[in-house]
Design a protein around this ligand. Structure first.
Ligand SMILES: NC(=O)c1ccc[n+]([C@@H]2O[C@H](COP(=O)([O-])OP(=O)(O)OC[C@H]3O[C@@H](n4cnc5c(N)ncnc54)[C@H](O)[C@@H]3O)[C@@H](O)[C@H]2O)c1
Length: 449
């Protein structure tokens, strides 16, 4: 394994997030490689860690003052062995090629776990929609799609939402694709209902996360009823995870954004969550405004001089990191464990640093990686594509029932793969192994291409 690790590092210098994502998978699949000489012979590790396609392009656009702005666009097609590329678009100033590759790599395994035929990809830009007018976001999206349209298609590469990309951005991107190609094609999911979006798609990642957590607790004859929960983030995943957790009887204590977090000891109920949704999705305000409306809550500003996130010091039964990669480190993990956390379920992609992950695995608490627990979003993207192809729109209940079944099956798949390969109860190993086997076997079936 050290040879493949150094191969990846040499080929992708300085791409730390990508190295981290690859390392985690390699650690889990080692026993499998030892048992299957054909995997070594066919160089599957070199092939699965090398992106099939990488596009980088300039995205010039004009701001409201008439000034020309320049951003960089990306699309990484990591692996298409089991289907056309499907993966998120992220618009955030922190976006780099390393982040694109790590997300695309995670997506390969996540998509495989859904059992739907989707390869893994990711794209985005270092454009920051925060503080931009709707017209500026529109002009940026149009310029982005003016280049990206060449590389995508309903049977080739399909885009879904990630950080900074919501219904507004998807609508502008879709409009530009339609204008260029003169076709109303299923190249984007997460569309508004007027454009053929699926009911439950916006909610799917967060709802799926809560369903997955419910399944994990069920293995210990427990439920979410009465459990206190910490959630980071206040975007799409965090909002809908909170909504479903509240509905399932849990008490949500926190939410956050990049400026700080709120702690409401009485619990964020459905009414308070509605306020947050309006604040974040329409007024595009900061989470600190919550305490102006609900004075019983506390707001704590982000302190970048600290070596940990004080939000994770709060005592709670369950923790759901739903903001961004590497947001929870080993000290945060130790604080959570000291306070007897029993479940950590990742809503974001790779939110726990490797040392934090080790702490949770060593403590043998219920701990699920994002590639399994947050797969509900892309699963419903596949359901949206199916509805688009059939020119049908399934009722809310039907999509939600399918989502529940998918999350239950992913949970079962992870547990069975972990058990079979000697890691009982280890969802990280289970998710990596189950996803890896499906993709690698499809690669072998197709020969060296
Ligand atoms: N949207 C989906 O369907 C989906 C699916 C699977 C995984 N994810 C993952 O979930 C996470 C959140 O995505 P989202 O769609 O909710 O995005 P979003 O843009 O709706 O929300 C992101 C949230 O994270 C916060 N945030 C971002 N960077 C931060 C930082 N450096 N420090 C603290 N907070 C920060 C933002 O303030 C915001 O509250 C990401 O890791 C994404 O890859 C999203």
């Amino acid at each position: 394994m050290s040879d493949i690790r150094s191969f990846v590092k040499t080929k992708n210098p300085g791409e730390h997030e990508f190295h981290q994502a690859v390392d985690k998978v390699l650690a889990s699949v080692q026993p499998l490689i030892d048992r299957h000489p054909e995997y070594r012979q066919e160089a599957v590790l070199k092939r699965i860690t090398e992106p099939e396609k990488v596009f980088m392009f300039s995205v010039p656009w004009v701001d409201d003052q008439g000034q020309v702005q320049m951003n960089r666009g990306f699309r990484v097609g990591m692996n298409s062995a089991i289907g056309p590329y499907v993966g998120g678009l992220r618009f955030h100033p922190s976006v780099t090629l390393s982040i694109m590759k790590f997300l695309a790599f995670e997506q390969v395994f996540k998509n495989a776990l859904t059992t739907m035929n989707m390869g893994g990809a990711c794209g985005g830009s270092d454009f920051n929609p925060k503080g931009k007018s709707d017209r500026e976001v529109m002009r940026f999206c149009q310029s982005f799609m003016a280049e990206l349209h060449r590389h995508i298609g309903p049977d080739k590469d399909i885009l879904t939402a990630d950080i900074g990309v919501g219904t507004r951005e998807i609508g502008y991107l879709f409009g530009m694709y339609k204008k260029i190609h003169s076709e109303f094609a299923g190249i984007l999911t997460g569309k508004s209902l007027t454009l053929g979006g699926s009911l439950i798609r916006p909610e799917a990642t967060g709802y799926g996360l809560a369903y997955f957590a419910g399944q994990m607790l069920k293995t210990q004859n427990q439920t979410l009823e009465g459990k206190t929960c910490l959630i980071s983030g206040s975007g799409n995943v965090a909002q809908h995870a909170a909504e479903k957790l509240i509905e399932m009887g849990a008490k949500v204590l926190t939410l956050s954004d990049s400026s700080g977090y709120i702690f409401d000891e009485e619990g964020i109920d459905a009414g308070k969550l509605d306020y947050i949704k309006r604040l974040k999705n329409f007024r595009r305000g900061r989470i600190k405004e919550y305490v102006n409306k609900y004075s019983e809550a506390l707001y704590v500003e982000q302190d970048t001089t600290l070596d940990h996130q004080p939000m994770w010091d709060i005592a709670a039964d369950c923790a759901f990191p739903c903001a961004t990669q590497n947001e929870l480190n080993a000290r945060d993990a130790q604080h959570l464990l000291k306070n007897k956390v029993t479940l950590v379920c990742e809503g974001a992609d790779m939110p726990c640093e490797p040392e934090a992950m080790e702490c949770f695995l060593d403590a043998k608490i219920l701990y699920a990686p994002g590639k399994a627990a947050n797969a509900g979003g892309v699963a419903v993207s596949a359901l949206e594509m199916a509805q688009n192809s059939m020119r049908l729109s399934w009722p809310r209940q039907e999509v939600d029932d399918r989502l529940k079944t998918i999350m239950k099956n992913i949970h079962q798949t992870c547990l069975e793969a972990a058990e079979e390969h000697g890691f009982p109860g280890n969802y990280v190993a289970g998710a990596n192994i189950a996803g890896f086997v499906k993709v690698v076997d499809a690669m072998l079936d197709q020969g060296v291409i």
